[in-house]
Design a protein around this ligand. Sequence first.
Ligand SMILES: *[C@@H]1O[C@H](CO)[C@@H](O)[C@H](O)[C@H]1NC(C)=O
Ligand SMILES: *[C@@H]1O[C@H](CO)[C@@H](O)[C@H](O)[C@H]1NC(C)=O
Ligand SMILES: *[C@@H]1O[C@H](CO)[C@@H](O)[C@H](O)[C@H]1NC(C)=O
Ligand SMILES: *[C@@H]1O[C@H](CO)[C@@H](O)[C@H](O)[C@H]1NC(C)=O
Length: 178
Amino acid sequence: MRLFLYTLFILGSLKTILSHVTFTNLKCGSRDRNFMEFEKCDIKAVNRTHKYIDIYMNLFQKPVDNITVNVKLMRHDHGYKPFFVDLSFNACKFLKNQRQPVVKMFYDIYKNSSNINHTCPFDHDIILDHLWTGNLESDFSKYVPMMDGDYALFSEWSVNNIDRAFLNIYIRISDRQK
Ligand SMILES: *[C@@H]1O[C@H](CO)[C@@H](O)[C@H](O)[C@H]1NC(C)=O
Ligand SMILES: *[C@@H]1O[C@H](CO)[C@@H](O)[C@H](O)[C@H]1NC(C)=O
Ligand SMILES: *[C@@H]1O[C@H](CO)[C@@H](O)[C@H](O)[C@H]1NC(C)=O
Ligand SMILES: *[C@@H]1O[C@H](CO)[C@@H](O)[C@H](O)[C@H]1NC(C)=O
């Protein structure tokens, strides 16, 4: 795993940071409506090149302190196929020690825009407010050797080992904003 991460890192560093990243779609869904519901799951466009994501998730059984997340990076090639990253982690443990580098990369991208940026438990609704693609451009391509194309980040969220929600973010990487 470690060697694999270094390889990713080196490949990523070779790539210039000229890529442009844009959100193309967003899908959120509850898998347990007694537990949680999405009140908001939107992509907004400020102009042709700048978009942001807003999410508001109602939690009905608080506090939450046992969260498992599975994250898969997908690349579009006759359908979305797994691409390099497929990992599951204990979110509460991560938030406490922030040791896993790939998870930390995702965390650094969203932490300023979300209230899931403190240690467990969570006794409030979950907000992701104005997550800009600008942050992705600077951080993402440093780690993952991403060629131009369509990608998605599929995530599944479990609490107490029961599936509760999924969140899929679709992005496009192109050479430069045209
Ligand atoms: C789009 O909006 C962003 C943020 O307000 C701004 O920085 C950028 O220059 C704008 N781009 C164009 C092409 O207007
Ligand atoms: C988040 O905020 C901190 C402190 O305000 C800043 O140093 C950091 O660059 C920000 N990160 C992102 C991804 O915007
Ligand atoms: C957590 O996010 C809030 C906004 O939701 C922000 O005000 C705060 O500075 C963030 N804290 C950290 C540690 O990033
Ligand atoms: C999380 O919940 C599951 C199912 O109830 C339990 O087996 C597991 O031990 C819990 N993990 C933690 C860290 O509390």
